[in-house]
Design a protein. Structure first.
Ligand code: PMP
Length: 427
């Protein structure tokens, strides 16, 4: 039984000693004390089905025993920066990660977060091309440091500090986008950005395969191959941000970009790579990686033995337990069931996503697509009361983000849909 401080006590400390910009879901924030596979437990031992997985972070399941074993064994043996000495953990994981990559993508740089990974990727693209301009998509999220905040394209996440050299292309969003699903028209916008906003030469293009923070927005079919082609014609590198969509989450493939049939020049990742431990990575080709030999590039904790031992265990669990196949099977089933729910509830404007990265957008008017901002908060509270945790996001904050641990079962999907159905009926 839990004998730590109460939720109220923790909330008081948080208010007094932590960043005032922290926010939390729910009017009475949950005190989560334990996690086990697809479940989280509060201080009274109440169990919740976790359909958000710490923002698509936990892929194998909370505290998966194999991952816990790998990091505890390593923690007893050695834990520090190994950049200056040899240690097998970093090499073993880099090799295993490279084996999951297409083409010549095989040189790995480890970081501690997605932001750091994208900062490094953007810098490498600039160094390699000798150009400065980066293009990202509106509604994207790529991080919150100087460069990545520039690439992030939602005002909710931007502070007024210098964010130079980034252009934001019209988002090829099939639901809300100006051109519907017409990939050619969106690429025309990208083309015009290059023609009118740059010298004609760019450093690169960065995009998620499915926008996570942006509200599980899938890009119009055919957009990415055309965008990559246009950007490469302008001398730019194509960066795939796999921080949320990577690591088997989309089910049909291991990486989100594979669902679009493209091969990027640089791939960045974090979140799922460590199943909850701080770890990120950039993977690129040997040729592009050469740019970092011009100076020292050093990251004290990037690739430390503790996190890379954990990362290797994550890859092994994904394979051993067939979690990609599970994400595909359960994700398709869940999406079908959510679509049926849409027939019943007028408030569901859209159901979208792939594998176990699904979104349900709530609108008060299907024609006008008016965001149901308050309704979603009430529905989330109801769902919590019934034992289900789900995420929310999107530019208007009106999209349920369903990104559970990949061990989610069909029974979990049924329970989830039942609870969402009841919550929406109560509105
Ligand atoms: N890229 C994407 C697609 C993300 O969703 C996030 C985090 N929400 C990041 C980058 C930044 O990762 P981190 O918070 O680990 O810096």
């Amino acid at each position: 039984p839990y004998d730590g401080p109460s939720a109220a006590e923790i909330a008081r400390k948080r208010a007094e000693f932590l960043s005032p910009s922290l926010f939390h879901f729910y009017s009475n924030p949950l005190n989560i004390v334990e996690g086990k596979m697809q479940y989280l437990y509060d201080e009274r031992g109440r169990r919740y089905l976790d359909a958000f997985a710490g923002i698509a972070t936990v892929c194998c399941g909370h505290c998966h025993p194999d991952v816990v074993d790998a990091i505890t064994v390593q923690a007893r043996r050695l834990q520090h920066s190994t950049v200056l000495y040899l240690n097998h953990a970093i090499g073993d994981f880099a090799e295993a990660l490279a084996a999951k990559m297409p083409g010549d993508l095989k040189v790995v740089f480890f970081t501690n977060s997605g932001t750091e990974a994208n900062e490094l990727a953007i810098m490498m693209a600039r160094l390699y091309t000798g150009s400065h301009d980066i293009i990202s998509l509106r509604n994207s999220y790529h991080g919150n440091a100087a460069g990545t905040m520039g690439a992030t394209a939602q005002k909710n996440w931007k502070f007024s500090v210098v964010q130079s050299g980034v252009h934001h292309a019209v988002n090829p969003d099939p639901y809300r986008g100006a051109f519907g699903s017409d990939a050619d028209k969106y690429v025309r916008d990208l083309h015009e950005i290059i023609e009118f906003g740059t010298t004609g030469q760019v450093a690169g293009f960065i995009s998620e395969a499915i926008q996570g923070v942006g509200g599980i927005v899938e890009l119009s079919p055919g957009y990415l191959p055309l965008a990559y082609e246009r950007v490469r014609k302008a001398g730019g590198l194509c960066i795939a941000d796999e921080v949320q969509a990577g690591f088997a989450r989309v089910g049909s493939h291991f990486w989100g970009f594979e669902t679009h049939g493209v091969v990027p020049d640089i791939v960045t990742m974090a979140k799922g790579i460590g199943n909850g431990i701080p770890l990120g990575a950039v993977v690129t080709t040997p040729e592009i990686a050469q740019v970092l030999t011009r100076r020292c590039y050093f990251n004290t904790f990037g690739g430390n033995p503790l996190c890379t031992a954990g990362g290797l265990a994550v890859l092994r669990v994904l394979e051993k337990e067939g979690l990609q196949e599970n994400a595909h099977a359960v994700g398709s089933y869940l999406k079908d069931r959510l679509r049926s729910l849409q027939d019943k509830h007028e408030i569901i404007g859209d159901v979208r996503g792939t594998g176990l990265m699904l979104g349900v957008e709530l609108v008060t008017d299907r024609q006008l697509k008016t965001p149901a901002k308050d309704e979603i908060c009430h529905a989330m509270e109801h769902m919590k009361e019934m034992g289900v945790l789900v995420g929310k996001g999107g530019f208007y904050g009106n999209v349920f983000r369903i990104t559970p641990p990949l061990c989610f079962t069909k029974e979990d999907a049924d329970f989830f849909v039942g609870v969402m159905d009841t919550a929406l009926s109560k509105l």
